[in-house]
Design a protein around this ligand. Structure first.
Ligand code: AMP
Length: 176
């Protein structure tokens, strides 16, 4: 059993396929006996992943800043809901409380969280696995930028290796 943090979209204007992916991710993590750690809101994919985990009998931990409790609809059904004072505290706790990270499609916040956990891993601050699920090629543009950044010497190739990119949820689960 491990604590798995899922980063994903909080947007409520998503194609249904992304919501289904989030629900399936939560359910699969619970079925594998993992604890879900997430942003502690009920909106968008973030809410779907927590509901999916609990629907499959899983234990969920939500970590949300006080200021976002209304905007992101604090997940009062979480088995543990941690309220932080700042976004930075939220990210720190999400990283501390988790053994591995699964990144689903998302927006600016998801990328912020991905780059936070990735940059500190790349600098050797933690060895925790980071898995990006490139569902429907959602992150193809980011991966193309990374290739360019490595080729131009902006990003170290070994920092890139701190992240594993997979094409679908099953491949991510196989790595956990
Ligand atoms: P998004 O991918 O933009 O829908 O955001 C996904 C989650 O990331 C939401 O719960 C946001 O509140 C969160 N988020 C956005 N910016 C930050 C940040 N700077 N630090 C931590 N979490 C953030």
């Amino acid at each position: 059993m491990a604590a798995i943090c899922v980063f994903c979209a909080s947007s409520t204007t998503l194609a249904p396929g992304f919501l289904n992916l989030a629900t399936a991710t939560g359910a699969a993590l619970a079925e594998a006996g993992h604890v879900l750690v997430s942003g502690g809101g009920r909106v968008g994919m973030m809410g779907a992943v927590a509901a999916g985990a609990r629907g499959a009998g899983g234990h969920t931990v939500g970590i949300i800043p006080r200021q976002l409790q209304d905007r992101e609809v604090a997940d009062l059904d979480a088995d543990e809901l941690v309220v932080t004072e700042t976004m930075a505290d939220r990210k720190t706790l999400l990283i501390e409380r988790s053994d591995a990270f699964v990144v689903l499609p998302g927006g600016l916040g998801t990328l912020d969280e991905l780059f936070e956990v990735w940059t500190v891993a790349g600098l050797g601050f933690h060895p925790k696995p980071i898995i990006v699920v490139n569902a429907d090629g959602f992150y193809d543009g980011l991966l193309a930028w990374l290739d360019r950044a490595v080729a131009d010497g902006m990003v170290r190739a070994d920092a890139v290796k701190a992240v594993t990119v997979v094409g679908d949820l099953d491949a991510a689960l196989a790595l956990l």
